[in-house]
Ligand binder design. Sequence first.
Ligand SMILES: N[C@@H](CCC(=O)N[C@@H](CS)C(=O)NCC(=O)O)C(=O)O
Length: 224
Amino acid sequence: MSDPQPSVVRLICGNQNYSSWSLRAWLCLRRAGIDPQLVVLPMDTPEFYERIGEYSPTGRVPVLWLDDERVWDSLAIAEAVNDRFANGSLWPCDPVLRSRARAMMAEMHSGFAALRHQLPMNCRAHQRQIEMDAAALADIARICTLWQEARAMAPAQGPWLFGDWSIVDAFFAPVALRFDGYAMDLPELATQYVNAWLADADLRAWRDAGIAESWVIHHEEAGV
Ligand SMILES: N[C@@H](CCC(=O)N[C@@H](CS)C(=O)NCC(=O)O)C(=O)O
């Protein structure tokens, strides 16, 4: 069956400053060479709840609109972008690496609740002092182990988890922002990976847009 390219690609997002799931979807689109129209809905405001029903069947962001077709949830969006715009090239070619990358993405998508709750993604944060409990520290340690294992498996020399960029990198990009946003001791390899993200033009463009937003969500502001 033919798969005609949509004429309008639109990503419905939350605040760029705080919405980590939106960032993941947007990074996948950018890596596929797409510059989507962005509809940014300010989360935690009456406007969000008034408008989200027009766009999202779940009441959550992100949602990708390909003309009138809607794809919701960052995980499904990443796969749709890979299928529709990148010919499958956004995953590692090697099936063993691909399975590992997918397992890491799934673990990020369904896990790390303590990290997500205690260290919210916040583009404006930089080395904030924060108190973390044992569960958040365990999440950080687990992520560093995952990154180290991926790098050890990676055949390519690039800075990304499996050498060349893949979707799993998009899923850990908000973690890189958190690791920069809040002061913590990291292994050297994790610091290098965070720095690779901080130097990335797409991430910087998103972060700058987030910093420029005027909305503040007080319960997402952590650390000092
Ligand atoms: N599993 C979803 C999670 C989406 C999600 O929780 N989005 C948050 C913003 S990052 C949201 O829509 N929050 C607004 C609300 O729940 O009112 C995904 O991966 O896309």
